[in-house]
Design a protein. Structure first.
Length: 282
């Protein structure tokens, strides 16, 4: 891994968006540029209804697999850059249910306020109200889905309840093994379980505090600046076992280590696709 960031560069090619602050932030710029390019040619299409890539999940063996094609497996270790993420209210269909693999609810953890809703509130009060409004929307969405589905399958009310709705971190994951000068980075989406979300936050604080200075990662760096090794491990509490994630820092990310010249790269909307099958069904 590299031990120094690249210099900031701004480029503007035909059909491309300007990229700035490349080097450590290259992957974040790729994602943001691709999102912007997609929205330019799909005016009014919200990102709740599109996806940047396939979902990645952990199977029962502890391997990273594509949610849509479980035969695509990367084993129990994957080296990635996680350059972007957001917290969302999420409910996936359970294993061994008719909804297995279905994303039942996926909504942002904050919802914009109407002008009349924000009137007279401080910034802090507005923030709290945005969070409360988003939670209410997510819970109403689940209630609506349950009521609609129960019309043809009443047993769905035994499978799911409001307690199953969780706040999860949605990470944009780019495996470094696929990086090349000729192709746009391969992007996966992955929902971190609540425990792994806390683990990701603690890992980010370790990077910020300078724990990895010995391998060339300066203090005050962001987790998106580094190559992270994801590994799975079985965890047990009382009589419950589950598979969790470990995060290890391999060093600073530098596009040049993969033969990439950011100033020669253009990004389009080609790999951002409408994902009707992954929209909330309510």
């Amino acid at each position: 891994m590299t031990t120094a960031n690249g210099k900031a560069v701004v480029v503007q090619g035909k059909g491309a968006l300007a990229l700035a602050n490349v080097g450590a932030n290259y992957i974040a710029e790729v994602i943001q540029a691709k999102q912007a390019a997609f929205l330019e040619v799909n005016e009014g299409l919200d990102f709740d209804y599109v996806r940047m890539g396939q979902y990645l999940k952990i199977n029962k063996k502890g391997n990273f697999v594509e949610a849509r094609d479980l035969e695509v497996s990367y084993g129990d270790t994957l080296d990635v850059v996680i350059a972007q993420g957001e917290t969302r209210w999420v409910l996936w269909g359970g294993d061994e249910t008719p909804e297995k693999g279905q994303l039942i609810v996926s909504l942002p953890a904050k919802e914009e306020l109407l002008p009349e809703e924000a009137a007279g509130l401080t910034k802090v009060q507005q923030g709290k109200k945005m969070v409360a409004k988003a939670e209410a929307t997510a819970r109403a969405t689940l209630d609506n889905w349950l009521a609609t589905t129960a019309q043809t399958d009443p047993s769905v009310l035994d499978r799911y309840s409001q307690e199953d709705l969780q706040l999860r971190y949605l990470a944009y994951i780019v495996p470094v093994k696929f990086l090349s000068p000729d192709d746009s980075p391969k992007i996966y989406l992955m929902n971190f379980a609540p425990g792994d979300t806390f683990g990701w936050g603690q890992y980010g604080m370790q990077i910020f505090d300078g724990k990895y200075k010995g391998i060339g990662v300066p203090a005050n760096s962001s987790a998106k600046h580094v190559v992270t090794r994801l590994t799975t491990e079985e965890r047990t509490k009382d009589t419950t076992s589950w598979l969790g994630l470990n995060f290890s820092c391999l060093g600073l990310f530098n596009p040049a280590d993969y033969g990439i010249d950011p100033s020669a790269t253009e990004f389009t909307a080609d790999e951002v696709t409408v994902a009707d099958e992954e929209k909330p069904k309510a």
